[in-house]
Design a protein around this ligand. Structure first.
Ligand code: NCD
Ligand code: ZN
Length: 342
């Protein structure tokens, strides 16, 4: 992308988003809905979203919080091995994907999967493949924190070969090992966050500890970041933007026992634009990364929205209703100039 004063993005999509519930949902939903056309909404509430009633009621609460913005929340269920075909068929039209968490690996994932026994998972995953419901996976083992994702690659491979018709999305990948796995299996795809394209572990813990950059999976090594960056800047058809914007109240982040999650929803498009420009990547690759690839992978129709960004300093607020964003107090190169609906 050449240095430019203005760029236009069509129907930006956030394919991995935490909108929370209650007061937090009310406070932050518009920060995504203002600029994104749609988002895949994570189900890790307390308790997790795992019934048809819960998913439809949660969607209604999101729509209420979004107000008059043009925004579609693509709903997900929290994967349970006990889901059977009749249940999945009954809920298919209410959801866009199902999210699998290994038990206890991240925020509110206690009821997730342990063991990854293919035969135990077969009835649910066969039914999902048949019904064409994608499986989104938080791919981390409970090993050493820097190795968790790389160790999980063998589980991705096991699942991808046991269920060749199932679309498997490796969520928020952070390592070269995951990037390499994408090429080995036709049915593996991935989301990448903006923070993992920008930071390494050095930014989190190399100097004074930065709680607002602490998330799961933890940011990795420079060579991992380079591998992610290469995929995103190329607009590689198997990768999609998913912010993993995960708001926590300031007191839960600036605490002894800091909650994992980086809040990027209100600055994601500005940061992506700056990143693509800095690396001289073509605008069409950014368009593919933030929308086109996801539309093809998920075979979704998205609400029209046109976002115009201009090269004008944007001062990131210190907080959004008590949630501290990434780069709070700093200045970004691009601002949102205009959002057109339709
Ligand atoms: C997420 C959250 O807070 O819900 N946290 C995070 O660090 N990314 C959960 C998740 O996606 O792992
Ligand atoms: Zn997440």
């Amino acid at each position: 992308m050449p240095s430019t004063n203005q760029i236009t993005l069509n129907a930006p999509l956030d394919m991995h988003l935490h909108l929370r519930d209650g007061e937090m949902l009310e406070n932050i939903a518009k920060e995504s809905a203002r600029t994104f056309s749609a988002a895949i909404v994570m189900p890790n509430l307390v308790p997790p979203v795992s019934t048809k009633e819960e998913v439809t009621a949660y969607k209604t609460r999101i729509m209420n919080a979004v107000g008059s913005e043009t925004f579609t929340p693509y709903m997900t269920l929290f994967f349970k091995p006990g889901y059977d075909k009749a249940f999945l068929a009954s809920v298919k039209d209410d959801i866009t994907a199902i999210k699998l968490y290994p038990a206890g690996i991240t925020t509110n994932s206690e009821g997730g999967v342990s063991g990854f026994d293919v035969e135990e998972l077969r009835p649910a995953l066969d039914a999902m493949a048949e019904l064409d419901i994608p499986l989104c996976v938080h791919g981390e083992t409970n090993g050493f924190v820097m190795d968790r994702e790389a160790e999980f690659v063998s589980i991705y491979e096991k699942l991808a070969s046991a269920f060749p018709k199932l679309k498997i999305i490796m969520e928020h990948i952070t390592t070269k090992a995951s990037v390499d796995a994408l090429d080995r299996f036709e049915n593996l795809y991935a989301t990448i966050t903006i923070h993992h394209l920008l930071i390494t572990l050095d930014d989190v813990a190399g100097g004074m500890l930065q709680p607002h950059l602490f998330c799961k999976p933890i940011a990795k090594r420079p060579e991992d970041r380079e591998a992610l960056l290469k995929m995103a800047l190329a607009g590689h058809p198997k990768v999609m933007f998913g912010s993993d914007s995960a708001p926590h109240p300031k007191h839960a982040k600036e605490a002894c026992g800091c909650a994992a999650g980086v809040f990027t929803a209100p600055i994601a498009l500005q940061l992506l634009t700056e990143l693509f420009e800095k690396n001289s990547a073509p605008l069409e690759n950014l368009q593919a990364f933030v929308s086109g690839n996801a539309q093809k992978i998920y075979t979704i129709k998205v609400p029209q929205k046109t976002v115009i960004l201009e090269k004008k300093a944007f001062h990131v607020p210190a907080d959004y209703k008590g949630v501290v964003p990434m780069y709070a107090g700093e200045t970004l190169a691009y601002s949102i100039k205009e959002v057109r609906h339709g």
